[in-house]
Design a protein around this ligand. Structure first.
Ligand SMILES: NC(=O)c1ccc[n+]([C@@H]2O[C@H](COP(=O)([O-])OP(=O)(O)OC[C@H]3O[C@@H](n4cnc5c(N)ncnc54)[C@H](O)[C@@H]3O)[C@@H](O)[C@H]2O)c1
Length: 272
């Protein structure tokens, strides 16, 4: 069901790699809610080609950009405004990558070049997007920027390694830039801390199935799906959340507020 929440709005959606991507679902939802937007991803991700199907479904243009390259982000914001015919109302940052995780490196055996790369791709890229947008004055008054995070920013999860610091940094950038951009142009900046979700980035983490199931049994509402995340993100892009900014918003079925659930207790009692 469409509510027309984003009628007349222009956006930029990053990170749609394939149908499982959270950004893919956000794009479909934003389209359904009446938005027009451009799609972007790292040039290397384009080779897989799936994004073209999404672009067709949404009537969107694809503008490749490596989110760590300021020059490419300048092109992204400039061309998006040209294609869409005006300033941008919403931006989705849905970007994460850690080579240490991909290569199963333990927290006590991290490669520091990869560590810095993970921070650059997964966190600093949000700052680069915001600073580029501000310098180009590319985001409209009252616009909304959302980045996706994970609760490993607050709590330790052994296999999340350097991405835990990336997410802590991402959330901190959202607060600091949220203050600046809010004062300057009423632009909101928030992070949405999402449940474990079966995507390329998600399932790349070793032990993913176990902690997906653990989170599901801990959360009174169960894990939030990518589609449900898209529903939430769309409200944050809409005019219904005009005074929400500088927040890390949990979208996790209640996981972040639970100490232990009856289900986990029962499971451990059975084992004991
Ligand atoms: N899947 C989960 O369990 C989960 C949970 C909480 C938060 N998140 C976050 O959600 C976001 C989206 O991830 P996803 O789970 O949809 O997985 P995904 O693999 O579908 O998306 C990650 C995207 O990042 C893009 N990317 C990587 N390097 C890039 C670069 N240099 N420039 C531009 N784009 C680049 C990839 O091409 C890909 O499209 C990430 O920030 C992720 O950390 C995921």
């Amino acid at each position: 069901m469409s509510f027309g929440l984003l009628n007349g709005k222009r956006g930029i959606i990053s990170g749609a790699l394939d149908e499982a991507s959270i950004a893919w679902k956000v794009a479909l939802k934003a389209h359904e809610e009446g938005a027009r937007f451009t799609l972007t991803n790292a040039p290397i991700a384009m080779r897989m080609g799936a994004i073209k199907n999404l672009a067709e479904q949404c009537g969107a243009e694809i503008i490749p950009a490596d989110a760590t390259e300021v020059g490419e982000l300048e092109k992204l914001f400039t061309q998006s405004q040209e294609v869409l015919g005006g300033p941008i109302d919403f931006v989705l940052h849905s970007i994460g990558m850690s080579t240490n995780i991909r290569k199963n490196r333990e927290y006590g055996d991290l490669n520091y070049e990869w560590y810095l790369k993970a921070l650059d791709v997964s966190a600093l890229s949000l700052h680069k997007m915001l600073q580029t947008a501000e310098k180009l004055d590319a985001i409209a008054e009252g616009g909304s920027v959302v980045a996706l995070s994970y609760i490993a920013a607050q709590r330790s999860f052994p296999d999340y390694t350097d991405m835990a610091q990336a997410k802590a940094m991402l959330e901190s950038i959202a607060r600091s830039y949220g203050y600046r951009y809010g004062k300057k142009k009423g632009v909101r900046v928030n992070t949405v801390s999402q449940s474990p979700t079966r995507t390329t980035a998600g399932t790349g983490i070793s032990g993913f199935d176990a902690f997906f199931e653990y989170a599901n049994r801990m959360s009174p509402l169960g894990n939030a799906t990518a589609e449900e995340c898209a529903d939430y993100v769309v409200t944050l892009f809409s005019d219904l959340t005009k005074k929400v900014t500088m927040q890390n918003l949990y979208h996790d079925g209640g996981f972040s507020s639970v100490g232990i659930s009856a289900e986990i207790v029962e499971l451990l009692e059975k084992k004991g």
